[in-house]
Ligand binder design. Sequence first.
Ligand SMILES: [Mg+2]
Length: 263
Amino acid sequence: MDASFDCLIFDLDDTLYPFNTGISAACKKNIEDFLVEKCGFPVTQASILRTELFKTYGSTLAGLRALGYDIHEDDYHGFVHGRLPYDRLKQDIQLRHLLLSIPQRKIIFTNSDMNHATEVLGRLGLQNCFEKIICFETMNPNLCGGLIKHSQTRANEFPVLLKPSMDAMRIAIDVADVDPRRTLFLDDNAHNIAAGKAAGLRTVLVGKLVKNIEPDYVVETVHNLSLEIPEIWVNAKLDNGDGMIHQNRNDVDSILMKTAIGA
Ligand SMILES: [Mg+2]
């Protein structure tokens, strides 16, 4: 199989920083508070409901709107992300160096809104490492200041599109303007990986391998990319205007050395 790639598409949360920062747990708690305080669900059902909506619709917001709740996305994101403990995310110089050493195009693909994505990337010190951010607003232009206003619609007429829906995957591939067969898609969520595979992307599950999912690669953390998927660098083809450049093993060894010492 041709192991070369033109582009790497990264999920954001729990992919570019570890699951145990407390951000993910705080986000879940905020979502459950939203279900109770804004939607009137009993406290005892909030956790189960959040899990079921996430499994079925990709997010609580998508699920609530599919069920007919006319939740405004700005209210939801403001509530859920507005009080996250972002100070727990620290500058990750090692990851920044690793990302900047990757010769191919790099794009973020997250279900979060743009505010959250830019806040997280800023806290991690990863601004300017990515060509573009594909996020909630990209997948749902009709809900975000586009032609259609909430007041003119029933909530379930315009469902929220998010990973792992195939429509969301197609939008991302289209907006990123990539050939999925030459694109590496990295995500910590097994459902998203399965959708990415179905969309023809080459997939990297970040974290632990789970049953019934067969990603092309598994890495415990994105920090291990150069060790686990050196072909990103080895087979990179860069057009510098006068032809194709192929990086060789020496270039990769130099990157491995730099990232290993946290340069
Ligand atoms: Mg994630």
